[in-house]
Ligand binder design. Sequence first.
Ligand code: ADP
Length: 281
Amino acid sequence: MSAEIIDGKKIAQTMRAQLKDRINQLEDITPGLAVILIGDNQASKTYVSMKQKACEDLGIYSKLVKLPDTVKESELLDIIQELNEDQLIHGILVQLPLPAHISETSVIEAIYPSKDVDGFHPINIGRLQAGGEAFYPCTPNGIMKMLEFQEIDPAGKHAVVVGRSNIVGKPMGQLLLGKSATVTYCHSKTADLKTHTAQADILIAAAGIRNLITADHIKSGAVVIDVGMNRDEEGKLCGDVDYDQCRLKASAITPVPGGVGPMTITMLLFNTVESAERFSR
Ligand code: ADP
């Protein structure tokens, strides 16, 4: 068997076109996203400029707030509060990681949950679990959209999530549970990873370890979603899954790059548009 390749780029394009229509239907407002970038981290700068470009392409107003890494926590919190009250802004994102002297928790909790388009505020995390109107974290929500596009229904399936980070693994499992999958979480302390992953109908690899998942780890016909963003010896982007091997055994698989990656920013745009729609209502 050779797996169907899940084309994240194409799905992202389709979704962005749908979002453009929704933006055009908003008569009285333009969705606005504020991005706060602190310091000089090259990866953060790259992510932020990708997010800004994606906003521009779609007609979302984007406001970049650049701060030096010497900024005081209290100054940052004041800026967040101004953006909370700013009528032109529907989403606020603080690019992580933060300098060591600033508390990530304080910053995340300072953003109004109604503008927390990253879905990291405890209110949004709670609502993801308990139900109610919430923003879901972009990477796992993008994966749910991919499954939907591929017409893969998680109901009754055994989903195994490798990784338990707050940003990916944990919310991923919750979203799959919400769609009636039977969910197993694996993590760095899991004994005998293979025993678990080999039972997965849907396997989500989000550990950040190159080639952690080999063909031995998967069941024949499994759906394999690779969240990994690692670099090989030559600096080439690669995932957590041994793609060349697993693709011969899986029924569907995401490549890296071109799989989960393009969906993450798309879901940020999605959340920003949703937020603007809620404000306009
Ligand atoms: P991400 O943001 O992509 O989720 P993190 O680095 O924050 O990445 O988290 C990595 C996750 O992967 C952690 O939850 C950790 O427990 C899990 N993990 C790390 N190594 C292994 C391993 N060998 N087997 C299974 N899970 C692992």
